[in-house]
Ligand binder design. Structure first.
Ligand code: ATP
Ligand code: MG
Length: 570
């Protein structure tokens, strides 16, 4: 590791509490600004390959690349790293752009590595001319075999000593389409005994007779990541090229190529940070693609997916994702972040932004026998509890027939069950005390209705005689309730690290990750805007799904429960 770039010390001046302690990336940028290394410039890029949808791991990289540029008055390019014609698609380009904007970032310039194919080719020719690259006829498996191992040096390819003239000729003919795929590659001529295996003559170009979604059939040789990335950075005058740790060993190639081509100085520098791994999920485009293609989820935007599209559809707010990325910070060592931290950031925000309303997911009929049929009492109900200083209330109807939650009644309640049972009294939220007088069952012995009485003196939830009830339950008036679909999502995987086993990660999918209910919600929600958030009291935070909902047929997604139920389970 390059020591100069590593520091995690808090670089804040004493007494400055305005920000978190500076991380090593920001400390590096500040050192470079102070030394004038790039003439006071900060230019970063976010370089996704358009071969899938962005996920929460990318959000972290976006917050780093765009965030640092923003903080230091610099610029960040969006560069599609689209040098592989076999996997890329314009659908992904559009999705990626939408997701970045949704997160709240905008790019200085939209670039495509594929637009640099002519320059990248010229740089390859330059390496050949300097005697630093050669055309190799070894097959892919032979190249692997010749590369050696961590303990043993590799062997030189028999084609390694081709003359510059021969290499120039062969490379031009590769480009002209004279050879089949796999017949030849262009390799950097570095050192087959290098302790860093990546430096053992890396492949720079390969033949692929495929149409590219942008360049069409103009090319049949395509640059490898190691050739394209550093040079694209240089072409765009990037200063700080930040990427994840799996590229640490590629940094030597990055520097080698830039040192041996005529790119302007000061040259961009690569610095690595830890990738985000999140418990109970997978953050890899390839793995997520497997879930989509195998039909394990409904698509890239399935609300259980850790993709930005999935999270958006579920109702996760972009600000809570940015806040989460801020909270986890950047580090030099990979680790797994507890998904509960993400849920905490979401909850924290919605707690202050989501009005409280009443919804019954598993309805059980309650008939108030001493309340006249046909009458309605409109009760005042605040949207916010007293400890959150926000204004707003609505009226909710009380009538003879109500729905309550099945789970709020037990025929033989155990100790500490303070809700409804035969002969027991509870408070209806914002309403009256009711007492269960009679339990009606169907032929199968299932409780289908409760006959209750209400105490007219307890309107608003207090008894004038000072009598106490311990339980308060939510409810809705049966005649006024709106029928909706409510979807509860749970973690996609039942295992905290689905990739950490010697088995197919798909075996660890949580079979109960989706539960669908025909729920009854209070009438005030009839006019709710698609895309708005509410807290369904005692159930969690919900989002009116703008994609799934139809006029008169609402679909509510649970964004997150009120508490972390997994903490108790494990
Ligand atoms: P995957 O490996 O999941 O398919 P990728 O790394 O191939 O994704 P790219 O589109 O190539 O995805 O990545 C764009 C940028 O996002 C890169 O700089 C990459 O390092 C970064 N990135 C990808 N996954 C993560 C992650 N889990 N945490 C942080 N950054 C990430
Ligand atoms: Mg990758």
């Amino acid at each position: 590791m390059n020591d100069e770039r590593v520091t995690t010390d808090d670089a804040r001046p004493a007494g400055d509490t305005s920000r978190q302690p500076k991380d090593f990336l920001r400390a590096m940028v500040e050192r470079d600004l102070a030394s004038g290394k790039y003439g006071g410039r900060v230019a970063t890029r976010f370089p996704p390959e358009p071969n899938g949808y962005l996920h929460i791991g990318h959000a972290k990289a976006i917050c780093v690349d765009f965030g640092i540029a923003e903080e230091y008055g610099g610029s960040c390019n969006l560069r599609f790293d689209d040098t592989n014609p076999t996997t890329e698609d314009p659908e992904f380009v559009d999705a990626i752009k939408g997701d970045i904007r949704w997160l709240g970032f905008d790019w200085a310039a939209e670039r495509y590595a594929s637009d640099y194919f002519p320059q990248l080719y010229d740089f390859a020719v330059e390496l050949i001319e300097r005697g630093l690259a050669y055309v190799d006829d070894l097959s892919e498996s032979e190249i692997r075999e010749y590369r050696g191992t961590v303990r043993e040096p590799g062997r030189d390819s028999p084609y390694r000593e081709r003359s510059v003239a021969e290499n120039l000729d062969l490379f031009a003919r590769m480009r002209a389409g004279e050879f089949e795929e796999g017949a030849k590659v262009l390799r950097g001529k570095i050192d087959m005994a290098h302790p860093n295996m990546k430096m053992r003559d890396p492949v720079l170009y390969r033949i692929l007779k495929r149409s590219h979604y942008r360049s069409g059939d103009a090319w049949c040789v395509y640059p490898m990541y190691d050739h394209a990335h550093c040079l694209s950075d240089a072409i765009e005058d990037i200063t700080h090229s930040m990427c994840t740790l799996e590229f640490e060993n590629n940094r030597a190639i990055y520097d080698w190529i830039l040192e041996n081509t005529t790119v302007a100085e000061p040259r961009p520098e690569q610095t690595e940070f830890a990738r985000l791994n999140l418990s109970y999920t997978v953050v890899s485009k390839r793995k997520l693609l497997e879930l989509v293609e195998g039909g394990h989820v409904e698509g890239w935007d399935d609300p259980r997916m850790p993709t930005l599209a999935g999270m958006r559809r579920r109702g996760v707010t972009p600000s809570s994702i940015r806040r989460f990325c801020d909270d986890i910070g950047v580090a030099k060592a990979n680790s797994v972040v507890d998904v509960a931290m993400l849920e905490h950031a979401i909850r924290d925000e919605l707690n202050y932004n989501a009005p409280r309303v009443l919804a019954v997911l598993r309805p059980l009929k309650v008939v108030i026998t001493n309340y006249p049929a046909g009458e309605v009492d409109w009760l005042d109900a605040d949207y916010w509890p007293r400890d959150i200083e926000r204004e707003g209330s609505r009226k909710i109807p009380f009538s003879r027939e109500l729905w309550i939650e099945k789970t709020d009644f037990m025929e033989q309640p155990p100790k500490k069950f303070y809700r409804l049972g035969p002969g027991r009294e509870v408070r209806l939220r914002y309403g009256y005390f009711i007492r269960c007088e009679e339990v009606i069952k169907n032929d199968g012995g299932e409780v289908v209705e409760l006959r209750c009485t209400y105490d007219p003196e307890t309107r608003g939830g207090q008894a004038p005689d000072g009598r106490k009830v311990r339980g308060t339950i939510h409810w809705v008036s049966a005649a006024h309730a709106i029928e909706t679909e409510v979807r509860l999502y749970d973690r996609l995987f039942a295992d905290p690290e689905p990739l950490a086993h010697d088995r197919d990660f798909k075996e660890f999918l949580n079979p109960d990750s989706l539960e669908v209910f025909a729920a009854k919600v209070e009438p005030s929600l009839a006019g709710a805007e698609p895309g708005s958030h509410f807290q369904f009291e005692r159930h969690g935070y919900f989002f009116l799904d703008p994609v799934g909902s139809r006029e008169g047929a609402q679909v509510w997604n649970r964004v997150v429960a009120l508490r972390d139920s997994w903490a108790r389970r494990s």
